[in-house]
Design a protein around this ligand. Sequence first.
Ligand SMILES: C[S@@+](CC[C@H](N)C(=O)[O-])C[C@H]1O[C@@H](n2cnc3c(N)ncnc32)[C@H](O)[C@@H]1O
Length: 276
Amino acid sequence: MNYRHSFHAGNSADVVKHSVLIALVRALQLKDSALTLIDTHAGCGLYDLGGEEARRTGEAAQGVYRAFADPSPLLGDYRAAVAAVNAGGEPRLYPGSPRILAQLLRPQDVLVLNEKHPQDAQTLRGAMRGTPAAVHQRDAYELWLALLPPRSPRGVVVVDPPYEQTDERARVTATLAAAHRKWAHGVTVIWYPLKDRAAHQRWKQQLRKLGIPKFLCVEHWLYDSDQPGSYNGAGLFIVNPPYAFTQTLPPLLQALRAALAPEGHNGELTARWLGD
Ligand SMILES: C[S@@+](CC[C@H](N)C(=O)[O-])C[C@H]1O[C@@H](n2cnc3c(N)ncnc32)[C@H](O)[C@@H]1O
């Protein structure tokens, strides 16, 4: 386990992931019944954008700082979530998914966080002090299945692996298949990096075989022509997205694409059903 999210916090992928998560949870909260939010790969919870790791990559300049420089009101909820952990002005701290999800909790909702790396799990516990979140230090895939179905009638599982292991996609596919058998109506969000188009198509082909009816694919290709062999963007698979969310998604994605487009590129940020 070498991956450290502190090098990447607030990058363009975080902006899309966290903006979409906020919109998804808010859409689910249009109904009063309790939600259980489960974050299987939670990370540290809070990151120092001025710290050595973040400064070494400078990735936040293409992400959260672009979202703050962009005037679109559609990014207002995201900017507010980041502003909530800062004292004002340019953000210095970045809230990871645990702190963002904690901000969204209503009294009836439950937040379960999991992080396997011992040091990051300890940092996460500190970052979540004073919130009602439960913090686990287990294997994500074991916890994902063990907690399903949750006690509350509805819930969201957020799966955000680092993809440093070659079998990570296969583990995601196998665990999603088993999770769907235990909890067919549950909402699941799976983050992934986009590198090679052909490899991504092959993974989607594997996922089609699971026969999950409501399976949305959000894909953010940053550049107008792919950079062979390197990072070209990121996406989210969303199983069972609520209708209210899918209706608000196209304008949000359009605003995110425009805010995050690298110099000289338009990029592409789409949401399509896996079966289409
Ligand atoms: C991309 S980061 C998470 C970022 C976080 N979800 C956010 O949006 O702020 C992935 C995290 O997963 C952790 N991780 C890697 N493999 C894991 C496993 N098998 N079980 C639990 N955590 C794992 C890593 O230590 C890392 O902190």
